[in-house]
Design a protein around this ligand. Structure first.
Ligand code: DGJ
Length: 380
C-alpha cells in the first residue's frame, strides 16, 4: 500500500523519493523514512521507551569516506516499526581538528542505546576507531543524554579491563607467556590460547563489534569482539551503565565471532553472530546459555534456505535482535547488507526469528508483517 505524501525534501544524497506509508517489511529494498529518504542508520540497534521505538545507527555518506563518521549517530523513531521518522543526529561528531576521540573522520560503528532506570539517563555505547589510525585503536566509547533522541554528550573512549584478567582465565593465561609473531604458523591457536589477552593485559582489551544487553534485573552487559576479533568478551557494566565493572569473561576463544546480537527467551540467553570476513557476508552462527557469563553452547547456522543464503546470511551481517513489544517470544533479526563501495546505499535485512528444536531459525521472506503470517515468497 503506498500513498504519495511528500516529494520535496532532499537529504544530501539526492532528491528524496515520494514518501510511502509502509505496512510491511521488505528486506533488502530501499527503506524510506517518513520524508522519503533511505533510512541512514547502519549497524544499528533499537531502544523501546515510553511506547516508541528508537533506532540508532551509523550515519553513512557516499564515496570513499562513506564508512567514516562524517556526521555522527542517527536516530529514527517509530511506533509501528514500519514507518520511521528521522529524529536527526543523536550524537554529532566533534569538529575536525578538535582532537576529540570522536572527531569528524573517526570511525563510529554499531551504536547501541539503553535506558538506565536509576539515573533516568539514556546511555549509548559504540565501537570507536580514532581518526587516521585505521582499525588499530579498537576502542569502545560511551555517551549519555537526558532524552532518547539526544543530543548525546560524549564521555570517554577506552580499552576495557586494563590490568584485569577475565573471570574464566586459567592460571596458565596469567602466568605462562605466549609468544606470537605476525607470521607465526600457530598464530590462530596462540591467539585462541590468549596471546593477545596477555599482550593487552596492561593497556586494556581490544573492543570492536559490540552490542549491549539489559537483563530483567537491570544488569547491563557489553558484548564485544576482542583479541584481534578472535574472541568475544562479555562484561558487566556498572549500575549507571557508564563504565565497566571488573567482571568479564572470554567466550568462544579463537572463534572469530563478529557482530554479536543477544536476546533472552524463556530464561535462556541467545546470541547470533557472524564470522570474520570484513564487509563481505558469511554464515551466521547462533549460541545459547543459561547464564550470560558462562556455559555458552554453539547451535550452528540459524539460516534455513539455499546454500547461498546459508553461506551469506541472506547477504547480510547481524546487528541486533529486537524483541517486539507486547508480543511474547517475538523477535526480529536485524542485519546489514553492506555496500562498501557506496556505504549510504547499505540495506536492512529484518526477518522474524522462529524457534525449531530449541534453536533460533531465520528464513527469507520478500515481504512480511508483524501481525499475520502473510508472506510472499518469490524472488529476492
Ligand atoms: C566487519 C564488522 O562487522 C563491521 O562492523 C565493520 O567493522 C567491518 N568489519 C569493517 O571492515
Amino acid at each position: 500500500m503506498t500513498s504519495i505524501l511528500v516529494v520535496l525534501t532532499a537529504f544530501g544524497q539526492g532528491v528524496a523519493q515520494p514518501s510511502k506509508v509502509h505496512s510491511s517489511f521488505k528486506p533488502g529494498e530501499v527503506w524510506t523514512d517518513t520524508e522519503g529518504n533511505h533510512i541512514n542508520a547502519h549497524g544499528g540497534g533499537i531502544l523501546f521507551h515510553d511506547g516508541t521505538y528508537y533506532w540508532f545507527g551509523e550515519h553513512k555518506v557516499e564515496g570513499k569516506n562513506g564508512n567514516k563518521a562524517m556526521v555522527g549517530v542517527s536516530c529514527y523513531s517509530s511506533t509501528d516499526l514500519y514507518n520511521w521518522k528521522n529524529e536527526g543526529v543523536a550524537l554529532p561528531v566533534a569538529a575536525e581538528g578538535s582532537g576529540s576521540d570522536i572527531e569528524k573522520g573517526s570511525v563510529i560503528e554499531r551504536p547501541k542505546v539503553i535506558y538506565n532506570e536509576k539515573t533516568k539517563k539514556f546511555v549509548m555505547w559504540f565501537h570507536l576507531e580514532l581518526k587516521g589510525q585505521g582499525y588499530a585503536a579498537a576502542r569502545t566509547a560511551v555517551a549519555t543524554s537526558d532524552k532518547p533522541t539526544g543530543p548525546f554528550t560524549f564521555i570517554r573512549s577506552l580499552r576495557p579491563h586494563a590490568g584485569l584478567w577475565p573471570k574464566n582465565a586459567t592460571e596458565a593465561h596469567k602466568t605462562v607467556p605466549i609468544v606470537v609473531t605476525d607470521n607465526d604458523p600457530k598464530w590462530e591457536q596462540k591467539v585462541a590460547a590468549g596471546a593477545y589477552l596477555q599482550r593487552d593485559f596492561e593497556g586494556g582489551q581490544m573492543s570492536r563489534d559490540m552490542t549491549l544487553f539489559v537483563d530483567d534485573d537491570g544488569t547491563a552487559y557489553h558484548i564485544a569482539s576482542s583479541e584481534e576479533n578472535r574472541t568475544l568478551h562479555i562484561s558487566k557494566l556498572t549500575d549507571d551503565y557508564l563504565g565497566f565493572t571488573d567482571d568479564y569473561v572470554r567466550i568462544f576463544p579463537g572463534g572469530r565471532n563478529e557482530a554479536p546480537a543477544v536476546f533472552k527467551k524463556d530464561g535462556k540467553y541467545y546470541m547470533i553472530t557472524s564470522g570474520l570476513t570484513g564487509w563481505a557476508p558469511n554464515p551466521a552462527r547462533s549460541a545459547v546459555s543459561d547464564d550470560m557469563m558462562k556455559g555458552w553452547k554453539e547451535l550452528g547456522n540459524p539460516v534455513r534456505g539455499t546454500e547461498d543464503e546459508q553461506k551469506t546470511t541472506f547477504w547480510s551481517q547481524s546487528t541486533f535482535v529486537l524483541p517486539i513489544q507486547g508480543k511474547k517470544d517475538s523477535f526480529i533479526f536485524m542485519g546489514d547488507r553492506w555496500r562498501p563501495q557506496n556505504p549510504i546505499d547499505g540495506r536492512y535485512i529484518w526477518l522474524p526469528i522462529t524457534f525449531e528444536e530449541g534453536k533460533p531459525v531465520l528464513r527469507w521472506q520478500d515481504e512480511w508483517k508483524l501481525d499475520t503470517s502473510e508472506k510472499k515468497q518469490t524472488k529476492r
